[in-house]
Write a protein that binds this ligand. Structure first.
Ligand code: 13P
Ligand code: SF4
Length: 344
């Protein structure tokens, strides 16, 4: 294993100063000497190894702003994994995201810095559960949130993310000529989508352990304490929370809302690192930060990313048969909302 000198030298301070400039608003100066040697070593090593770092919007600011090559929501990360030229993908996110990258790019090496980075939604359902649901509801297509294992995706007809769930549900119901679909595993996402469409939805009792902790009373308390605050909420929150919000959307949609509308004061009802990441980009916007951390996302750290590149571990592999079936469901999702190609 290559070792790196991780001391904070004047050379490292100079080399990383522009990167510190990007996060100075949210990373205290006293912390930078701890992060900077890792940032410098990771950025050097990923070039040497032909690696690309795909980071979810919930990564901490020193990952999101200083070592990631591409940041985004689950849908954007999947699209990027499908098209990147890099030989190696380091997934700065949770395990299902790395599996999705491997499914879409089977010939690339996909690494996850901590294989224990799971997800309460992915843990809530197995492939056997999906087979039982299909037997209970014959003839209904299965729409599966990407926050699931490859084996669950393989039992599904199409995947979705929070940014395309309504479009995917309506698209597959139209194609199958049915008025109902099975949508797994996030009960709240399914209930939130059901309120926007005529398609009936059979749900599963999975929840995101970060978003289920928010309640309508929390939103009212943010408004009472911060008159005029704009409330943005993720659709993994219970419907009562969405009712109290000004806008609901995926992590990327919330970021776009702030970029486009520049509210004076905003609260993002989601995982708390995201507010730091967006606050670093929009110093004119004041962020109220409710702090619900995702314990799985927070397993990904700079030291683990560096070790991952040094040792080329932990490699994520998916059984080829399962991967082929899961790929069909993921690729089907990637075509939804894309204009059909004109005939030659
Ligand atoms: P999106 O980034 O797709 O909105 O998903 C949020 C999430 O919880 C991912 O784990
Ligand atoms: Fe899963 Fe929720 Fe964490 Fe996202 S935030 S990885 S949905 S537990």
């Amino acid at each position: 294993m290559q070792t790196a000198d991780l001391s904070y030298t004047p050379r490292i301070a100079r080399a990383t100063a522009p990167l510190y400039g990007k996060v100075a608003k949210v990373v205290p100066e006293i912390e930078w000497p701890v992060h900077a040697p890792y940032v410098e070593a990771i950025n050097r090593l990923k070039r040497e190894k032909g690696a690309v770092i795909l980071a979810h919007n919930y990564m901490t600011p020193e990952i999101y702003h200083c070592v990631a090559d591409f940041v985004g929501d689950s849908l954007a990360l999947a699209r990027e994994a499908a098209k990147t030229d890099a030989r190696v993908i380091v997934q700065a996110g949770v395990h299902f995201m790395a599996e999705t990258s491997k499914i879409l790019s089977p010939h690339k090496t996909v690494l996850i810095p901590d294989p224990q980075a799971g997800c309460s939604l992915a843990a809530s359902i197995t492939a056997g559960d999906v087979r039982r649901l299909k037997a209970e509801h014959p003839g209904l297509p299965v729409v599966t949130y990407v926050n699931t294992s490859a084996a669950v995706k393989a039992e599904s007809d199409v995947c979705c993310t929070s940014s395309n769930a309504k479009a995917v549900v309506e698209d597959i119901a139209r194609e199958w000529r049915v008025d109902s679909v099975i949508m797994i595993p996030d009960e709240y996402l399914a209930q939130n989508v059901a309120r926007q469409t005529a398609v009936k939805i059979v749900t599963w009792k999975g929840h995101c352990e970060v978003h289920e902790r928010f309640g309508a009373a929390d939103i009212r308390a943010y408004r009472d304490a911060n008159p005029g605050v704009v409330v943005l909420a993720h659709p993994e929150c219970p419907p009562a929370v969405i009712d109290e919000a000004d806008f609901a959307g995926s992590t990327a949609a919330m970021i776009s809302y702030v970029g486009d509308k520049r509210p004076k004061k905003v609260v993002m009802v989601t995982e708390c690192s995201m507010s730091d990441n967006v606050a670093a980009d929009y110093p004119d916007v004041e962020f109220v930060r409710p702090c619900n951390l995702c314990p799985h996302m927070k397993r990904i750290t700079l030291p683990k990313i560096l070790k991952s590149l040094q040792t080329m571990t932990v490699e994520v592999n998916v059984d080829p048969e399962i991967a082929a079936q899961a790929k069909a469901a993921v690729e089907r999702m990637l075509t939804v909302g894309k204009p059909a190609k004109a005939a030659a």
